[in-house]
Design a protein. Structure first.
Length: 264
């Protein structure tokens, strides 16, 4: 039997938005491609920059779409961001959380105390929330200007949905960067903490990063020293990839996740 792409790797670190689903709609063929990869004995980890949902909510959504998975296979930028803070702060430190209740929960799991005000906050953790407004950003600006450690779960400028591209966490991070003249530490792709932790959790020696965005998924793989597959079901195109310097291009390009089961 001829070797297919998936046979070269021991784990798949698979992006979600734009790669396996778009909003509430599954990408055609994605369920079957992931199931077939499991049959090869490859480790699976769904790795998402979206910090607005809890890992369990992500797993539940995948199950609803037909994927055979569990919360143990989900890695989110909210988990990675909270872990970064826990490594740098004393236990019970107060963290101003810009995001959803799911992000607050990750902060609590790490022994830190979430708050919604700048008073007493020694850090700011920023993730996407559809309800985030000026008052919350203002509190974060005060905290950051006062010296609080700032961690962004991700800096995705846009979020793919069934309605098209909507503002992502990076757009709101950009507002705070403008207001504070500061740069955050970043947990999600294209920074390396999220991908490295996912690979470590799987015990992977040869992981393949799979995603639809050159500026997050593929650049994250490059930064982490991992091979990558760009799928053309979301944001980036093959022409976009070819326009990049050679060292920043994906290792492979495929129309969708079925490329995993073809000859490289």
């Amino acid at each position: 039997m001829s070797e297919t792409l998936v046979d070269r790797y021991d784990a798949l670190l698979i992006d979600l938005d734009g790669t396996v689903y778009r909003g509430e709609e599954v990408v055609p063929g994605a369920v079957e491609a992931v199931a077939k990869a499991r049959e090869h004995g490859v480790g699976i980890r769904f790795v998402t920059n979206n910090a607005s949902r809890s890992p369990q909510a992500v797993a539940d959504h995948l199950l609803e779409l037909g994927f055979d998975t569990s919360v143990e296979e989900v890695s989110t930028s909210s988990q990675a961001g909270a872990a970064m803070l826990a490594e740098r702060l004393d236990r019970r430190s107060t963290v101003l959380v810009l995001g959803t209740k799911a992000l607050e929960a990750e902060v609590l799991k790490r022994g830190l105390v979430p708050t919604d005000t700048a008073d007493g906050a020694v850090a700011v953790l920023q993730g996407l929330s559809m309800d985030l407004g000026w008052r919350e950003l203002a509190e974060a600006a005060v905290a950051i200007r006062s010296g609080a450690l700032w961690v962004a779960c991700n800096v995705d400028a846009t979020l793919p949905t069934e309605r098209g591209l909507l503002p992502g966490n990076g757009s709101l991070v950009a507002a705070l960067k403008t207001a504070t003249d500061q740069e955050p530490l970043v947990a999600g792709k294209p920074a390396t903490p999220l991908l490295q932790q996912a690979a470590k959790d799987l015990g992977a020696q040869r992981p393949l990063v799979v995603g639809d965005r050159l500026d997050t998924d593929i650049l994250g793989a490059v930064n982490a020293g991992m091979d990558s597959l760009l799928v053309l079901t979301g944001v980036s195109t093959e022409e976009d990839a070819q326009a990049l310097p050679a060292e920043q291009r994906p290792t492979y390009v495929g129309a969708d996740l079925s490329a995993l089961h073809r000859l490289p």
